[in-house]
Design a protein around this ligand. Sequence first.
Ligand code: GTB
Length: 215
Amino acid sequence: MTPTITAFERSPDGGKGLARDTRVRWALEEVGQPYEVRLVSFGAMKEPAHLALHPFGQIPTYEEGDLALFETGAIVFHIAERHAGLLPDDANARARAITWMFAALNSVEPVILDLFTVKVLEGDKPWRKERQPLAEDRVRNRLGQLSARLGDADWLDGAFSAGDLMMVSVLLRVKASGILDEFPNLAAYVARGEARPAYQRAFAAQLAINAAPAS
Ligand code: GTB
């Protein structure tokens, strides 16, 4: 059964691939699973039909037969569990790859989102000047720890896994700040992720929607 995901009718990033449907598209592309996309407006996301799929009125969602999922961690995990290619067969290696998925979402993404919050959502607030360097240092600290663990390896734990897919997706959000480039091995890690043909297809698919002239 072909799954259907939801994505922004038009992403605020204009096609930079930063909205979270990209990571789901990437996972589907990695495993060779075709999918359909239903585009939703900001208004429609808060309507009952979408809220029935996503209690917080967000994208992406994932529907497959009578299964409906939200949260990219759960969606990517579901895809990775049901197809070969994103999780190792060995039980311990599999558990470690899943750990990296959680690490990306619980230990790395929050500090990156906090920086986005202070720079963009609180950009006009009087506390921005004081808070931004603190938020940047928290990102630096976490990326420093991740950089130390990655070392000169290509991926976080052996072969590319759903853990790397999630970590690269999270790190992409901090690329424009310049902080990622302070850690050359992490910048190269992200570039390796972006160079994967499956990522390229996912990126192109969201770009085709988000960079198209408004009708
Ligand atoms: N924890 C959830 C998950 O991982 O699925 C978070 C989902 C989420 O934040 N969805 C966002 C959303 O629907 C889109 S991705 N927001 C609309 C709303 O809450 O009303 C976040 C996002 C949005 C825009 C950019 N951008 O323009 O750069 C980047 C990321």
